[in-house]
Write a protein that binds this ligand. Sequence first.
Ligand code: B12
Length: 211
Amino acid sequence: MNDVLKPLYDAILNGQQKEAVAGVQAALDGGVDPIIVLNEGMIAAMKQVGKLFEEGEYFVPEMLIAARAMQSGLALLKPRLVQSDYKPVGKIVVGTVKGDLHDIGKNLVAMMLEGAAFEIIDLGVDVSPEKFVDAVKMHQPQLLGMSALLTTTMPSMKVTIDALTSAGLRQKVKVIVGGAPVTEAYANLIGADGFAPDASRAASLAKSLAG
Ligand code: B12
């Protein structure tokens, strides 16, 4: 890892908010590409947090403070990732599915889509199939993006797709899905239109489907 990124990585791993912000600033000042700052300094640290949780070294409070440090750092990085000074190319409704409170990945996808000139309607976390359906009815977006981070909440994506079909809306909107446990195969299985493993590929996918 780039030496400039190490303090940022450590700050997120240890849940130190101020240090995370300072770490992002130092990396940007040092001329590191914002995408590298994000992937190698920040997302890599969150992955390690997940690993430590799995190994029983970290518990929920540690995950939570790491997430807060990540979000503070992201606020500073956002203007460098997003340059949305052009007209929207399409509209997307995004949300984390029912029962799931993880929103860092969903927020990053929303950020990158904003950068790709999409208008974002963010329903937040713990979004029920009914809420997704209502939002599609109301906003008539080209795309719907669902995020799930838990194996136990992934099935809610299929329930939502089925609910769109029952409401007669499935042909009117392209559905894209993602989140750490979600795969291309799962996306195909549940009848989604697309899957992307990270936020930048989510933006290219969205552009190709909306076009
Ligand atoms: C931070 C965190 C939390 C925080 C979340 C804070 C927040 N505001 O988001 C808190 C502390 C709340 C939390 C709680 C829990 N968590 Co948690 N958490 C994590 C952790 C460490 C990081 C997640 C993260 O932010 N990653 C960084 C982002 C950038 O990555 P990402 O979300 O995958 O998103 C990227 C891609 O997937 C993709 N993407 C994401 N969404 C979408 C959507 C679309 C449309 C597309 C195209 C792409 C896309 O693009 C993103 C950007 O590149 C993960 C570990 C891990 N490896 O994922 C565990 C993890 C997800 N949590 C886990 C667990 C078990 C829990 C709890 C059940 C713990 C508990 N006992 O209470 C609770 C559940 C709470 C709930 N109901 O949701 C497990 C899940 C295991 C499983 N197989 O289901 C994990 C994997 C940890 C582990 N290794 O065991 N957690």
